[in-house]
Design a protein around this ligand. Structure first.
Ligand code: SF4
Length: 687
């Protein structure tokens, strides 16, 4: 009997905890803490402790499947590659779309976007950051010239005020939340802005329970008072920003007064005043923390920019214990963006519309026909086109995602999937989406590959192989290499190891240029790391905003705007959706972990006691939740912890899909759907 311990990083949230996989006779049997990790210091949340159980599930895909006579049947790799190469070769580049995956490592994402651009020659490549933190990337990039979080998790423990907005980090990012609690133990105050009294909000010194979709009103009100009380850090603003007067003219309007904001947001004036007092008392020691409660809105980009503005006005950027700290959703959302699995940038955020950048990439890859000059389709546009104009978009290559579960308006997504003429899915399990595929390819999970991922604080860390992939499953980048070779591009994908992929990537990705696998044997490196002797960068923007043309942050006027769908007589309640501590988005991995599924076996709908009373609904009763898009049956959970007029539903459960009712309206800049607000009604279900 051989037992070994393999140190790797977690495949769930963007915190990026390390742990040791315990391997017995070649099979993973346990996960144990890695005390050395600077991210989690040996602690893990339930997903870290029990989330390995899916790896050896009997449900794993072990062989390619090809649809024959309407049924998916096992096939050899040669058969699958032949079908794929023949069909991919039939379509024009603009008829093909590629969706990559933030569940997968940097190497897979780099390979996928290169495959899309070099082999399929399509600009239509995107990944699931679109559904979560694309507004953070776009918003912070517009203000600071870099779309990444500014500070480190360790640094959160140094703040004296944590201002948390749109983040239930006790459930979604528990080991990042631990750093905030470390600050609290040292005397820091914690403010949580959330329509629900979440486990995070229960730890707060001040809970601002505002209505969904009123964040800009709230933030503009705070900025109005900061400016009118002259608490602005004028030295910082004068020397390091543009646009102050424009921002000031906007936020100082009467409509952003404490009294009007109290009405719009449903928050007592005294709470707003206390938040302001604490922002003043903790200037230069305040960290803002946000997550999907801010980004998944039609104003997601503007929400993020407003957070960046308030921190800029107070001079809370480029300093320890400060900054804008985005808690990235999926494990490798940061890395997948860095790798260029996006329709607007190549790896290293080189713009596809910048001819010099495109030439640099084309020369490096040795191609002359790189798609450039115009943006590719984003995921919501891909799905809309498949659904409504299938004659324009015909073919999809999808890696490690489950849009039928994870994208809004599931019925529309199912229609889109049905309309795809040729559909290849590469995944580790059959999912609600794979059933629509013409070819299903068995990929690998984090424990079966060497690779890297990049957490929410820009820390690049290793995945390490602990066991072989099951059956004939292969590494994801190896599969792309095989398809590329079949289509005549073997020389462009001549990698033998994951490290080869990484080394090719880092030569064209300035932020990663100095990072090597050897350097990652330590505690990971936070980019930017421009040279091999550079130690990495824990805090961004210390002396200038290097990504802005003049090195200065850009302040602008942003007005509060209502959500795309507002409540009315027919649909009189707000619905907001989110994650639980036990499961991860579509549940395809965590619901195959016995312990996690036992602890949290199904969905529920949270509603305030007063709403339940009005509707005549008792705790635990089955109700029908409906919106303009669909309906879902679910058990009611009646409580005081949620604001009156607002319902909450978790989104991990196929038997009660929250996304049957969510809205497809999306942010015009980031194209991120408005999962966090839609109008719904609830009726009691007949027994
Ligand atoms: Fe994994 Fe996130 Fe839990 Fe850490 S906090 S163990 S990264 S799910």
């Amino acid at each position: 009997m051989e037992i070994k311990y393999v140190t790797t990083t977690c495949p769930y949230c963007g915190t990026g905890c390390s742990f040791n996989l315990v391997v017995k006779d070649g099979k993973i049997i346990d996960a144990q803490p890695s005390q050395r990790s600077p991210v989690n210091e040996g602690k893990l949340c339930p997903k870290g402790v029990y989330g390995f159980e899916f790896i050896n599930s009997p449900d794993r895909l072990t062989t390619p499947l090809i649809k024959k006579d309407g049924k998916q049947v096992p096939a050899t790799w040669d058969e699958a590659l032949a079908v794929i190469a023949e069909n991919f070769g039939k379509y024009k580049p603009e008829e093909i779309a590629v969706i990559s995956s933030a569940r997968c490592c940097n190497e897979d994402n780099y390979a996928m976007q290169k495959f899309a651009r070099v082999v399929l020659k399509t600009p239509n490549v995107d990944h699931c950051a679109r559904l979560c933190h694309a507004p953070t990337v776009a918003g912070l990039n517009m203000v600071f010239g870099s779309g990444a979080s500014t500070n480190s998790f360790m640094d959160l423990a140094n703040c004296s005020l944590a201002f948390i907005i749109g983040s239930n980090n006790f459930e979604a990012h528990p080991l990042a939340a631990r750093r905030i609690m470390q600050a609290k133990k040292k005397g820091a105050k914690v403010i949580v802005c959330d329509p629900r009294l979440t486990p995070t909000a229960k730890q707060a010194d001040l809970h601002i329970q505002h209505y969904p979709g009123t964040d800009i009103q709230l933030l503009n009100c705070l900025m109005k008072n900061i400016i009118e009380n002259d608490w602005v850090d004028h030295e910082f603003v004068d020397n390091r920003t543009n646009g102050y007067e424009e921002l000031k003219a906007c936020v100082t309007q009467d409509k952003y007064s404490l009294e009007n904001t109290s009405k719009v947001c449903g928050v007592p004036v005294e709470k707003l005043q206390l938040a302001l007092q604490w922002l003043r008392e903790n200037q230069h020691k305040t960290a803002f923390v946000h997550c999907l409660g801010i980004t998944q809105h039609t104003v997601g980009v503007d929400n993020v920019r407003s957070i960046a503005f308030i921190q800029t006005l107070l001079g809370n950027i480029g300093k320890p214990g400060c900054g804008v700290n985005a808690l990235r959703g999926q494990n490798n959302v940061q890395g997948s963006c860095d790798m260029g699995a996006l329709p607007n940038v190549y790896a290293g955020y080189l713009s596809v519309t910048n001819p010099e950048a495109a030439k640099k990439v084309a020369d490096y890859w040795g191609v002359t026909d790189l798609p450039s000059g115009k943006l590719g389709l984003h995921i919501p546009e891909m799905l809309e086109t498949f659904e409504h104009e299938p004659e324009k978009l015909k073919c999809l290559y999808l890696l490690g995602e489950n849009p039928v579960m994870s994208d809004p308006n599931s019925k529309g997504v199912e229609k889109a999937m049905e309309n795809i003429e040729f559909f290849v899915v590469q995944d580790i399990f059959e999912t609600e989406t794979t059933k629509y595929a013409d070819v299903v390819l068995p990929g690998s999970c984090y424990a079966e590959e060497d690779g890297t991922q990049t957490n929410a604080e820009r820390r690049v860390q290793r995945f390490r192989k602990a066991q072989d992939a099951p059956g004939e499953a292969k590494l994801d980048w190896e599969i792309m290499k095989m398809i590329a070779a079949k289509m005549g591009y073997a020389d462009k994908f001549a990698w033998e190891t994951s490290e080869d992929v990484f080394n090719e990537m880092r030569k064209i990705t300035p932020q990663y240029a100095g990072i090597t696998y050897a350097k990652l044997e330590g505690d990971g490196i936070q980019w930017p790391c421009p040279t091999e002797d550079h130690p990495g960068t824990p805090i961004l923007h210390i002396t200038s905003f290097a990504g802005m043309p003049d090195g200065k942050a850009k302040l602008q006027a942003i007005e509060h705007r209502a959500p795309a769908e507002v409540i009315d007589e027919e649909y009189p309640f707000w619905l907001t959706t989110g994650a639980t501590i036990w499961h991860w988005p579509s549940g395809s991995m965590t619901r195959r972990c016995a312990q996690l599924d036992r602890d949290c076996p199904t969905a529920w709908l949270e509603m305030n006691k007063k709403d339940a009373e009005k509707l005549g609904i008792a705790d635990g009763e089955k109700v029908l939740l409906s919106s303009r898009r669909g309906e879902v049956a679910v058990a009611a959970r009646v409580m005081d912890d949620i604001k009156e007029g607002v319902f909450f539903m978790p989104f991990h459960f196929i038997e009660a899909r929250a996304n049957l009712v969510t809205n497809t309206a999306y942010d015009p800049v980031s194209r991120t759907p408005e999962y966090k607000v839609c109008a719904v009604k609830v009726t009691k279900q007949e027994a």
